[in-house]
Design a protein around this ligand. Structure first.
Ligand code: HSE
Length: 378
């Protein structure tokens, strides 16, 4: 019987507790929660020190989210010789190197499968594939909230209404910034690329554009172009490190990601031996994510100790990445006119533009036209 402490009793934490209560191989004996509910009163811990000092706790499940104090708590748990499972992509993306080194030093496991893909065992299988294969690319829809919004907008719903529904269903956070502006998917890309290539890219070096400014008219325009918009992340092994970027992308109907519905994700690897392998499932939601958390605990119970890879910090190199773009802006300028191939109802289709250049231009332009939207056409 493995004894666990749970940090955070929110949507996923409550789901983990429900699943574990049905099992007899693991038990949650302590819960750290800022707003404890009556049903967990008998297990609430005073503070993290109490959990760290409890010799009976074998494993700490971190579901607080955010980098601090999650980092300090996870560090303390590892130093006290406790295994850690986390779904916290912000934490892993920022502190992967430090935390994996600490886990190794103390002979304990550090696992984070639910941090990428919610309920999908993507990291676990990516690591399994790369033992024999050379991974050339990881890519996909890695954010359930934005996929839910984009899918809902296909029936003519406005962005704000689709976001509100996502929040009501418990997919989106009260503050949806990390999802709709791309921070969340970018962190998942950093972690996926680290596992695929042993290269830990710096979040801030990865160009990112989200879906905050997409309109019902854009969706109608994509329909006339015969395409569907998805928020995609791409990580490719490049000459000097890893090419990585996050952007809305207009897919053709026959591309597998184009038909991914609701809060689902599709994440793929391209391996030299395997070719493309895709993993499809619910990327957010209480029980899918909670089930993935519990699976990580069971892997540890079965003796799993290694992290998925041994990533070293690497620079992002997008020097070879270029493609066409759909751009909608109220203020056309020389850059856009010079790159325009064709135009439609308030938008321009460009010739191939370097990804770095496009994101740089859009960032500058958004200062005067905050409603600007663009999407890749690859
Ligand atoms: N906010 C995330 C998403 C949760 O919507 O995908 C799962 O990582």
């Amino acid at each position: 019987m493995m004894k666990a402490a749970l940090l955070g009793y929110g949507t996923v934490g409550g789901g983990v507790d429900r699943i574990i209560q049905e099992r007899d191989d693991i038990r949650i004996t302590r819960i750290l929660e800022k707003y404890p509910k009556p049903e967990i009163a008998d297990r609430v811990a005073r503070d993290m020190d109490e959990i760290v000092a409890d010799p009976e706790i074998d494993i700490v499940i971190e579901l607080l989210g955010g980098v601090h104090p999650a980092f300090e708590f996870v560090k303390a748990a590892l130093e006290a010789g406790k295994h850690v499972v986390t779904a916290n992509k912000a934490l892993v993306s920022a502190y992967c190197k430090e935390l994996t080194a600490l886990a190794e030093e103390h002979g304990v496991a550090f696992r984070c499968t639910p941090a990428v893909g919610g309920g999908i065992p993507w990291l676990h299988n990516l690591a399994r594939c790369r033992r024999v294969d050379e991974i050339r690319e990881v890519r996909g829809i890695m954010n359930g909230t934005t996929n839910f919004i984009l899918h809902t907008m296909l029936s003519g719903t406005a962005f704000e209404d689709a976001l509100k529904t996502a929040q009501e269903l418990g997919f989106a956070e009260a503050d949806p910034t990390a999802d709709i502006d791309g921070w969340d998917i970018r962190r998942k890309l950093v972690i996926s690329a680290a596992v695929a290539f042993d290269l830990l890219a710096k979040e801030e070096e990865i160009p990112m554009f989200g879906i905050r400014t997409i309109t019902a008219q854009d969706i109608a325009n994509f329909r006339t172009l015969g395409r569907t918009c998805k928020l995609m992340a791409y990580g490719t092994k490049s000459k000097n490190g890893v090419s990585a970027y996050v952007e809305p992308t207009l897919l053709l109907p026959n591309e597998p990601e184009a038909s991914v519905p609701a809060n689902y994700n599709t994440i793929s690897l391209d391996g030299k031996l395997n070719g493309i392998q895709s993993f499809y499932g619910q990327g957010t939601g209480r029980f899918p994510t909670a089930a993935n958390v519990v699976s990580d605990c069971l892997d540890i119970l079965a003796g799993e100790r290694d992290f998925y890879a041994k990533p070293v910090p690497a620079s992002v190199d997008n020097s070879d990445a270029k493609h066409a773009y759909y751009v909608r802006t109220a203020h056309r300028d020389a850059f856009l006119t010079g790159n325009c191939v064709t135009e439609g109802n308030g938008f321009v289709i460009t010739k191939d533009i370097s990804v770095d250049e496009m994101h740089r231009w859009a960032k500058e332009k958004a200062a005067s036209d905050p409603a600007l939207f663009f999407a890749a056409i690859r």
